[in-house]
Design a protein around this ligand. Structure first.
Ligand SMILES: Cc1ncc(COP(=O)(O)O)c(C=O)c1O
Length: 402
């Protein structure tokens, strides 16, 4: 049994803070912070020895640990700063031809979709959006995708989430991957919220590209994402910061420089890349991956139901209950006032939550309604969800009056 109140002492939160928004930036425990500081001290004590020689075997060890969690070869995995940079590396390097069509989802993460717009504007590709109004069953999401594929028979590449950001919803990613693969569509699987939240097996999923933040659900310090690239594409990718290992491959499947090009992003503080082992040891001390995932899922379901009851609204879920992993979306009893943009109103809700109530949940609009995304985590109890719901109720009441 994970005792949220006790586990909270392992983290660095302000006493008043009700941290219901793990999904945005993640946090890490003191035990991992200590290890990161030790790596920083080691670097400082003799920078050349560490940066030129000793860092590389440790980097390999971290890659092997993450590869073990993702079930993929460590050789096919590199590290970068975050999921947004992973999306940039893939989409800005992919050898698109003018007029290529790319399918994506409008609820996909804003930085990823903006990167697609940048590639549309610079490489003259065409974007094919799938718009989803939640809640939906997984069958309905697959059906909406099939409809788009019927309309556009020549999609070259598709970008899909395993778990989307807002709403925080599990997508039918196995069915989507199978569907795209059956049509020879290259796949970019956005797993920003995956490692540490749900199990994934890249060997069976078999995407062309996949990335996951380690700083969100795995408790490794930010910014740190792992990017998996199938061997047949490795020669086409180069890091955002091109370095002395750059090779212009005429064949995308020439992976000879992949590892080297991505191992050396110039001089930065890499200390978080070496905290994977410590983060996994901490997670083991709580019972390991399966126990953490089950605890968080159960708390999200229970906490979401309590929040909806307090607010007199509903949880965004389908009949099969397949949208919720460790993030739950609850309707807010409020509408945007006339003359105010949704963006400004969302900011007002958030600012009041943060400054008046020391609470953070992510407010967002979908299907014409306001919702909040609340994240379960090992350092929370059901009482935190109760506090979050009462804070949200008060904020909605005040904003309705203003
Ligand atoms: C689905 C998804 N993709 C990409 C990202 C980008 O992550 P980062 O801010 O770490 O780059 C996020 C962030 O929340 C996300 O939810």
């Amino acid at each position: 049994m994970i005792d949220g109140a006790k586990v909270r002492q392992d983290f660095l939160f302000e006493p008043e803070y009700v941290p219901l928004n793990h999904g945005s930036y993640g946090v890490f425990p003191r035990a991992v912070q200590k290890v990161q500081r030790e790596y920083q001290d080691k670097t400082e004590a003799f920078p050349d020895r560490w940066m030129r020689l000793e860092m590389y075997p440790e980097l390999r060890k971290s890659r092997e640990l993450i590869a073990g969690l993702l079930h993929c070869p460590a050789d096919d995995l590199i590290f970068c700063y975050n999921a947004s940079s992973a999306a940039n590396i893939i989409l800005r390097n992919f050898p698109f031809n003018e007029g290529d069509k790319v399918l994506y989802y409008t609820q996909g993460y804003v930085n990823v979709n903006s990167t697609l717009e940048y590639v549309r504007d610079t490489k003259k590709i065409e974007l094919v959006p799938v718009h989803l109004e939640f809640p939906l069953s997984h069958e309905e999401i697959v059906a909406a995708t099939k409809e788009k594929l019927e309309e556009h028979k020549d999609i070259r590449l598709a970008v899909y989430d395993l778990i989307s950001s807002l709403p925080g919803a599990v997508m039918p990613y196995e069915e989507l991957q199978r569907l795209f693969k059956s049509k020879n569509i290259v796949t970019v699987a956005d797993g920003a919220h995956v490692v540490g939240q749900i199990p994934v097996n890249l060997e069976t999923l078999d995407p062309d590209f996949f990335f996951t933040n380690c700083h969100k659900w795995l408790f490794v310090p930010r910014g740190f994402a792992a990017l998996y690239v199938k061997k047949s594409h490795q020669g086409a990718l180069h890091p955002q910061t091109v370095n002395s290992f750059y090779v212009n491959h005429t064949n995308a499947s020439d992976f000879s420089s992949f590892e080297k090009e991505f191992a050396s992003p110039g001089t930065i503080d890499h200390s978080n890349y070496f905290c994977v082992e410590a983060a996994l040891a901490y997670r083991e001390s709580l019972g390991g991956e399966e126990a953490i995932m089950k605890h968080n899922h159960d708390l999200a379901v229970q906490g979401g139901a309590l929040m909806a009851k307090i607010l007199g609204t509903q949880v965004m879920e389908n009949e099969q209950g397949t949208l919720t992993a460790s993030m739950v979306n609850v309707e807010l009893p409020i509408t945007t006032p006339a003359g105010v943009s949704d963006a400004d109103f969302g900011r007002q809700i958030m600012t009041k939550l943060v400054y008046d109530h020391h609470v953070m949940v992510s407010p967002f609009k979908n299907s014409g309604k306001w919702w909040m995304r609340a994240c379960a985590q090992v350092y929370l109890t059901i009482d935190d969800f109760k506090k979050g719901a009462h804070a949200a109720a008060k904020v909605c009441q005040e904003l309705r009056k203003d």
